[in-house]
Design a protein around this ligand. Structure first.
Ligand code: AMP
Length: 504
């Protein structure tokens, strides 16, 4: 069977067509891509990388870093991208767990990584900087611009992506060639991608969203990327009149909505805005529609499963929902304790099955077994319900569910009521230890400057809307909620910050 790269390359256009354009206007054609990935694949083999070997990569986003991912796909290696924010101590864990043959890092980190006792089995520590220069680039420059791809089966590993691990050790999700290829094929078809598409790519490439969804969907149809080192609303708005699509996390959209340059005219050539990785506020969806005429298309996925659901391309994109299961994906809502399927409209845990779902956690057979049902469904941990029209609504993560006085409380329900109050921008509801109730429902609110309600007003307003046990016992105001780079609210940080609220 062909390599992942060869499968994606089936629809590559003529070699002189643009694959990627950077912020400064540098163009990489499909011909350049073919040659560059061949040279890097040659360098990896020269360094001793064999099929199935892990190549750990912690580098800044650059076109050459993207080529490194595809070079691994050509050489049959397992690509292991690492968040650039990880410290040396954190890297030690990933290296000891994944046992990569090669580590590619920023030049500044090379000496530290090479000196780690955990790096004893690593054959070579290579460098690549933000401009794509470094020892790996030097080595690749001397390699041929043709490479014979290593054959891969659907079930062979293409990548290991470590989950962010807010509780316990970070787990390596093993993604196969079949997982990645099938998902990109489905998404490109569902969202109508063609060779004429020009996608604004401002996401990081160590995470499934920017690495696989945005990149593979563009490659598989032979489109073009505007490849930006990070999200910058000014830059994105400058490029938008020459683009057709963008994929982003909700924060991209809130920043664009706040920017005076966002209007119908600037978005005239755009046909699609996709949001995912964290919930998009219905308010952002509405504000974006009012300013541009575009309805953001929200989809839902996770590192372990690739993409699971999407709002329709043609048809109603419903704000506050993540749409329908994608073609080939089976999704059900179950009772977390019994595993029994819940009727339509009732809340439970999302379970999914399909060619998109990962093979398991690297070297963690027990953890893997615990998160799959006997009939092959993966237990996502996301709490959701399906409405009468089939749209999936995510209401939170199971670990975010609060149990107060024996009652289950879903934070999203309370957050929605708080967010609807005048003067509130957004909120996060958490459970923190409470001597009488087990957990006390606690709200952390970001208010508008000027017209903000106070704690008493928020509680009074909620008393008329929600059962008493759901009304937050305390309401705190903060200038902004803590978020990670993918825009997810870090509830664990809030739980720690307010842990002593009821113990005093
Ligand atoms: P990650 O593995 O970092 O991609 O995180 C996956 C998690 O992000 C999912 O399990 C969901 O909890 C959350 N997530 C992703 N997309 C959405 C979305 N559109 N709405 C709400 N939560 C989402």
């Amino acid at each position: 069977m062909p390599s992942l790269y060869q499968r994606l390359a089936r629809h590559f256009p003529a070699p002189d067509r643009r694959f990627l354009e950077t912020q400064d206007g540098t163009v990489m054609t499909y011909g350049d891509l073919e040659a560059e990935t061949a040279r890097i694949a040659g360098a990896l083999v020269a360094l001793g990388v064999a099929p199935g070997d892990r190549v750990a990569v912690q580098v800044q986003k650059s076109p050459r870093a993207l080529c490194l991912y595809l070079a691994c796909a050509r050489a049959g290696a397992v690509y292991l991208p690492l968040n650039t924010a990880y410290t040396l101590a954190e890297l030690a864990y990933f290296i000891s767990d994944a046992e990569p043959v090669i580590v590619v890092c920023d030049p500044a980190a090379q000496a530290g990584i090479a000196a780690l006792p955990e790096a004893a089995g690593v054959k070579s520590v290579q460098t690549l900087d933000a401009d794509g220069n470094g020892s790996l680039a030097d080595l690749a420059a001397g390699q041929p611009s043709e490479f014979e791809d290593v054959a891969r089966d659907d079930d062979d590993l293409a990548a290991i992506l470590y989950t962010s691990g807010t509780t316990g050790r970070s787990k390596g999700a093993m993604l196969t060639v079949g997982n990645l290829y099938s998902n990109s094929e489905v998404l490109a078809g569902y969202w109508g991608f063609t060779a004429d598409d020009v996608l604004i790519h401002a996401l990081p490439i160590y995470h499934t969203h920017g690495l696989f969804v945005a990149t593979n969907v563009t490659l598989i149809c032979g489109g073009t990327l505007f490849f930006l080192p990070k999200f910058d609303a000014d830059v994105v708005l400058k490029l938008m009149p020459r683009a057709t699509a963008m994929m982003g996390v909700p924060t991209f959209y809130t920043r664009l909505v706040d920017h005076p340059g966002l209007n119908r005219d600037v978005a005239k050539s755009m046909r699609l805005f996709v949001s995912g990785s964290a919930p998009l506020l219905a308010e952002t969806h509405k504000a974006f529609k009012a300013k541009t005429g575009h309805r953001i298309l929200e989809r839902y996925g996770m590192t372990e499963t690739n993409m699971n659901t999407s709002n329709p391309y043609d048809g109603e994109r419903r704000a506050g929902t993540v749409g329908f299961p994608l073609p080939g994906v089976s999704l059900r809502i179950v009772d977390p304790d019994t595993g029994a399927e819940r009727p339509r409209g009732e809340i439970g845990i999302i379970e999914v099955k399909g060619p998109n779902v990962f093979k398991g956690y690297w070297r963690m057979p027990e953890k893997t077994a615990a998160e799959f049902r006997d009939d092959g469904y993966f237990i996502s941990g996301d709490v959701a319900f399906i409405d009468a029209d089939g749209y999936v609504h995510i209401v939170g993560r199971d670990k975010d569910m609060i149990i107060s006085g024996g009652f289950n409380v879903y934070p999203k329900e309370i957050e929605a009521e708080i967010d609807a109050l005048d003067g509130v921008v957004e909120s996060a509801v958490i459970g923190v230890p409470h001597r009488d109730f087990g957990e006390g429902v606690t709200a952390v609110v970001v208010a508008d400057a000027g017209v903000a309600p106070d704690e008493g007003q928020v509680r009074d307003a909620l008393k008329g809307l929600l059962a008493a046990y759901k009304v937050p016992k305390r309401v705190f105001f903060v200038p902004e909620l803590p978020r990670n780079t993918m825009g997810k609210v870090q509830k664990n940080v809030l739980r720690d910050a307010y842990a002593d609220t009821y113990s005093a």
